[in-house]
Design a protein around this ligand. Structure first.
Ligand code: ASP
Length: 176
């Protein structure tokens, strides 16, 4: 069975909507825990709660530190792939920086969610499962950092978020 390192960094995928105020808050227990348990027949998952930040708070320093953290993790343990959960606002920036600086040859997938864990149609669990499946695939090797979202696989260097609430991440080259 493939060994996947799952690194959480925060964002909507780690949050819950407050039904009274409409605000979106972080949770003490990560909302993806049940999904991670279900993933046990697909891969052996090691979880690292790296940070829990809304992604507008993720700076280039965080991105470089994350790359460093990944290098340390993959030096000390053999993994077949890495999945990073991230807020969508700066997901493309983190994916791009990781694509530029990471030296690893194993698949690195970045994913997130447009809807928080207790909203109808919450997309976090599905995006996580898709990401782990892509991380386990031999065909993902040597493709650089990939963004897996809404049943699509994108190259990190070529993807952008196009809508605040719609699930669309599209290749940036198709923008006018
Ligand atoms: N504001 C959130 C963030 O980027 C949006 C999201 O995750 O979808 O952290």
């Amino acid at each position: 069975m493939k060994k996947i390192l799952l690194i959480h960094t925060g964002g909507t995928i780690a949050m819950e909507e407050n039904k009274v105020t409409g605000g979106v808050n972080t949770k003490e227990i990560h909302p993806l825990e049940a999904t991670i348990a279900e993933l046990s027949d697909i891969a052996k998952i090691t979880v690292k709660n790296y940070v829990n930040l809304p992604s507008p708070h993720i700076t280039p320093s965080h991105m470089l530190e994350l790359a460093n953290f990944i290098a340390i993790q993959t030096d000390s343990e053999q993994y077949d792939g890495i999945v990073i959960t991230h807020g969508t606002d700066t997901l493309e920036e983190t994916a791009y920086v990781l694509d530029l600086v990471l030296q690893t040859s194993i698949p690195v997938i970045v994913t997130g969610a447009m809807r928080s864990s207790n909203e109808h149609g919450s997309d976090g669990p599905y995006n996580l499962i898709s990401s782990v499946r892509v991380a386990c695939e031999e065909q993902s090797l040597g493709k650089g950092v990939l963004v897996v979202f809404n049943d699509e696989i994108h190259a990190a260097k070529n993807v952008t978020k196009t809508h605040t609430s719609n699930f669309k991440f599209i290749p940036s080259e198709s923008l006018d």
